[in-house]
Design a binder for this molecule. Structure first.
Ligand code: 5GP
Length: 203
């Protein structure tokens, strides 16, 4: 099957990370691991959650054109390694990028066939509660992240789908359904159509 690029964005605390981790490699999903200059949170592992880098390392990757997109988010840099994404799409995988809106719109410019999904929590008080309960950020950072969440709202209309995450299995199911439907679009099935035409030789 043809590869598919899926971008999932949403405010921090929307549950993106949890949802994305449930998209299983057995179902063809390949999760891209980003590079960031943010310090690791407790429990985060280099090479699994992120590739943690210094600002100089990040700038070098950017200069080498090794990043498909990059953006600054509340004081840190984040970027998507280009090679992994290109290889996995070539291998027919559903490549998932969990990135912010600015990065998402950069990727959409380069890959117009990418599918953009925005995930929101049911409300801002719910988002605030989730960030506070997570306990990984101080009050100032939480405030900045909530402000950023509101700033991103007008950009939701640039996305193809909106999923409200009030229940994780349900959000995962909705994303799976979107991916299934997208893969069935004729525009993504040129090979299947050609094989069908070619099969007339077997009459
Ligand atoms: P966090 O610090 O909570 O892990 O991530 C902060 C924000 O950065 C989230 O909105 C997340 O989706 C976004 N992000 C993570 N990796 C990337 C990336 O490679 N590129 C861009 N543009 N944003 C990213």
């Amino acid at each position: 099957m043809q590869g598919l690029l899926v971008i999932i964005s949403g405010p921090s605390g929307s549950g993106k990370g949890t949802v994305v981790k449930r998209l299983s490699p057995e179902n063809g999903y390949a999760l891209s691991i980003s590079v960031t200059t943010r310090a690791p949170r407790e429990g985060e592992v280099h090479g699994r959650d992120y590739f943690f880098a210094t600002e100089d390392e990040f700038k070098n990757l950017r200069a080498e054109n090794a990043l498909l997109e990059h953006a600054a988010y509340v004081g840190n840099f984040y970027g998507t390694p280009r090679k992994y994404v290109e290889e996995q799409i070539e291998n027919g995988k559903i490549v998932v990028l969990e990135i912010d809106v600015h990065g998402a719109l950069q990727v959409k410019e380069k890959f117009p066939a990418a599918v953009l999904i925005f995930l929101i929590p049911p409300s801002l008080p719910e988002l605030s509660a989730r960030l506070n309960n997570r306990g990984t950020e101080d009050a100032v950072t939480i405030e900045a992240r909530l402000k950023r969440a509101l700033e991103e709202v007008p950009l939701i209309n640039r996305y193809n789908y909106l999923v409200v995450n009030d229940d994780i299995p349900d959000a995962v199911h909705k994303i799976d359904s979107i991916v299934t439907a997208e893969r069935l679009k004729p525009a993504r099935s040129a090979k299947i159509i050609q094989e069908f035409i070619d099969s007339q030789k077997e009459f």
